[in-house]
Design a protein around this ligand. Sequence first.
Ligand code: NI
Length: 286
Amino acid sequence: MPKVLTADQVRHYHEDGFHFPVSALSEAEAAECRRKLEDFEASQGGAITGRQKTKLYLLLTWLNDLVRHPTILDAVEDVLGPDILCWQSSFFTKEPDKKGFVSWHQDATYWGLSSPDVCTAWVAFTPSTLESGAMKAAPGTHKLEQLPHKDTFDPDNLLTRGQELGVDVDEDAAVDMVLKAGEISLHHVMLAHASAPNVTDDRRIGFAIRYIAPHVSQITGVPDSAMLVRGEDRYNNFEMETPPLSDLHPDAIALHDRITATREAFIYQGTDKGAHRGDGGVVIDS
Ligand code: NI
């Protein structure tokens, strides 16, 4: 029996490549997440940049708690099974500047993972609506092969390389994944998806958590790491990450620095981009 989704919803996830909405946090809890993020940003003197854009759950205890949230893990378990690793996280923050967008892409493109048993739980800290730039998905595209992408490095594209699908997507068939604050969507690593700019007067904040089944491995040859968040890992394909003892604990900073520096090697593989883009933004991922 599934834990959060119905049997029908699990079947639809496997048929369509996504499922939404799942009620995970209360609106008050989502508002609290936003407040904590914005407190952290204020303490840093602005929006998170550089390597903090990736795996911030290794540095902040409240984000480590969030990637272990029981309802989120129950929903992920319904599609990935009982053993779950957290492999990555990134914020998709769209400022109310009408600029930031995400081109059509498949997440799997530059991740170097051996298997598509990879699911993103996208947590809405604020409402994700048509106006604020909700994710849209092309149903069933997760069943296609890996499709060709081209790198644009467009500065307004929130993806690491500004990568976009080199083939046209049927926009008329796309589904808008509108979420209330506190709701999550789930999507498959091969699903073609995109999103438009935020044309509201407020920020649109989403936190994408990438979960994998432990049998998945990194095939680029670059050392990779993950954190066991449910069940057991009988494969040991990844260096095991440890939660931060406290926010920005020195050991956590050292671990996060080393891991995020290493993984840039595969995120940027095949480009002439080094670790850093002009905006100091590194590895926001897709
Ligand atoms: Ni994506």
